[in-house]
Design a protein around this ligand. Structure first.
Ligand SMILES: Nc1ncnc2c1ncn2[C@@H]1O[C@H](COP(=O)(O)OP(=O)(O)OP(=O)(O)O)[C@@H](O)[C@H]1O
Ligand SMILES: [Mg+2]
Length: 251
């Protein structure tokens, strides 16, 4: 039976899609069969950030009742599966967002983890993703307005009796003392992800950061979070050449 987490935020552009992709990739490397669902229906970005085109079988078609949920599952890497969104704006009509929950129930037993990349805030589409998950991970940048907006999401979740698994602070430029953030949210900070220039490079290349550079700081931060979630440790195998380059600080 899969554990289902929705990745949510108060504000847009804080790193939900980047985190969803790389958390899913880290879980797959830890040998957990993982499915990432692009449920940001108005601006779906998962396939673009994974170097794919407009996939014919997508979540929009499923939400219109044209195909089964199983038909839109695509294997991206070993243990890493995705359900992409349609990039065609015409596909936004006649969709029933409430079909997500039932769809997930049908594939529940086929995966260890299901990660839902959602829209920001608490609009209809975002709420559907939140309701379909067991627990929610909220990602925010460490700045006042983003933190306040995220706090509002945690309150809505509390009112809906949906568990917040924890908060992730993203784009952190220096080490921060996150005790205050924990006090502010009254929720656990499950990790911080540093600001990392490789994020944009990997996204533009259409590769998960973890595949582009597993040793970059944000990759390591996300792997740490995946290890916390699973209780399993990822052994990163550096090649002999990599180790030599590192000894001489050429890498
Ligand atoms: N740790 C990081 N370091 C540097 N840049 C980052 C980091 N995380 C995300 N970004 C950048 O922030 C931008 C937004 O990221 P992303 O698309 O993942 O956000 P989002 O929350 O999914 O946005 P939306 O609400 O529009 O769906 C991208 O340009 C990405 O490269
Ligand atoms: Mg996004």
């Amino acid at each position: 039976m899969a554990k289902v987490y929705t990745i949510s935020s108060g504000k847009g552009g804080v790193g939900k899609t980047f985190f969803s992709i790389n958390l899913s990739r880290a879980l797959s490397l830890l040998n957990f069969k993982t499915l990432l669902i692009d449920f940001n229906l108005t601006t779906p970005n998962v396939s673009i950030n994974l170097g794919l085109g407009n996939e014919n079988n997508n979540i929009h078609k499923f939400l219109r009742g044209e195909i089964e949920i199983n038909d839109c599952i695509k294997e991206y890497e070993d243990n890493f599966y995705i359900i992409p969104g349609s990039l065609d704006i015409k596909d936004l009509i006649y969709i029933s967002t409430e079909k997500l929950h039932n769809g997930i129930m049908k594939i529940y037993d086929d995966f260890d983890y299901i990660i839902i990349d959602s829209a920001a805030g608490i609009g209809k589409e975002a709420l559907e993703a939140l309701k379909a998950s067991e627990e929610v991970i909220i990602i925010t940048n460490y700045e006042k307005s983003a933190m306040f907006d995220s706090y509002r999401v945690t309150k809505v979740l509390d009112n809906l009796d949906i568990k917040t698994f924890g908060i992730v602070l993203n784009k952190i430029k220096k080490d921060i003392d996150y005790v205050n953030a924990e006090k502010f949210f009254k929720k656990k900070i499950i990790g911080i992800i540093h600001y990392d220039e490789n994020v944009q490079i990997s996204m533009n290349k259409g590769i998960p950061l973890i595949d582009y550079n597993i040793n970059s700081i944000a990759s390591r931060d996300i792997i740490k979070i995946a290890e916390k979630i699973t209780g399993k440790e990822l052994k990163i195998k550096n090649s002999f050449i990599d180790n030599i380059l590192k000894i001489f600080k050429w890498k």
